[in-house]
Design a protein around this ligand. Structure first.
Ligand SMILES: O=C1O[C@H](COP(=O)(O)O)[C@@H](O)[C@H](O)[C@H]1O
Length: 229
């Protein structure tokens, strides 16, 4: 069972999550001289990343990558890289090493091999994989109805190129294997609709129905969930 942190307020949940991330990254630096974190995109992580940016860490020893990315330019409003650069990688935190997923290839499928090579050079397992979840139960860009879902759940590769069934832009996503190649999985669940999906996922069933079960229905990696109303 995941460890659940319950909050009435999303801002308090974000601040608490940022504090916990900083502790885990600091411990990783003390133990191994380097700390690694993969970040999700979307709306939920923004306040966490803004708070984390002010943490007193040896940022030059932190490596930041992504859980998923939209195949758009790094200055596009939908770019997860842009989100991370604008929120986390500011001030002292700008010293962190950022390894993004988007490259110059024309589409995500053509760019997957180079992205795989870039991510393979990181020190695995990652210390933290920070996940979000959509109301359809997707996590990273492992969407229930995507034609690449089976590949994302079964591949030995770290990454999978995806065309979302009902969202804009091709994506690059960590595979299930990569998500589980981590020391800690942290998950944000905000609002009643996501909480209902989270509860249904925890109750068990096929991972193809609710891909968040990749993280929730396994015993190898510790999972902490920040739940807010
Ligand atoms: O498409 C995505 O959605 C999920 C959830 O996003 P949110 O905006 O509801 O927080 C996110 O975790 C994922 O990284 C993103 O690409």
């Amino acid at each position: 069972m995941p460890t659940e942190h319950l909050f009435v307020d999303g801002a308090l949940a974000a601040a608490d999550m940022a504090r916990r991330i900083a502790v885990v990254l600091g411990d990783a630096i003390a133990a191994r001289g380097v700390a690694t974190i993969a970040l999700s995109g979307g709306r939920s992580p923004r306040p966490v990343l803004e708070a984390l940016s002010g943490a007193a860490l040896e940022w030059d020893k932190v490596v930041v990558t992504l859980v998923d990315e939209r195949w758009v330019a790094a200055d596009h409003a939908d770019s997860n890289e842009r989100l991370v650069r604008e929120t986390l990688l500011q001030g002292a935190a700008a010293k962190a090493r950022f390894v993004g997923m988007k490259n110059d290839a024309a589409d995500a499928y053509a760019g997957q091999a180079a992205c795989e090579t870039a991510l393979a050079e990181l020190p695995w397992p990652l210390d933290i994989v920070l996940l979000g979840m959509g109301e359809d139960g997707h996590t990273a860009s492992l969407f229930p109805e995507a034609k690449e879902l089976a590949e994302g759940l079964s591949t030995h590769a770290l990454t999978v190129a995806v065309t979302p069934p009902a969202a804009p832009h091709q994506r690059m996503s960590l595979s299930a294997r990569a998500i589980l190649k981590s020391r800690h999985i942290f998950l944000q669940i905000g609002g009643a609709a996501k909480k209902a999906v989270y509860d249904r996922a925890l109750a068990g069933g096929p991972v193809e129905e609710l891909p968040i079960r990749v993280a929730l229905c396994q015993h190898g990696v510790s999972v902490e969930v920040w739940i807010s109303e």
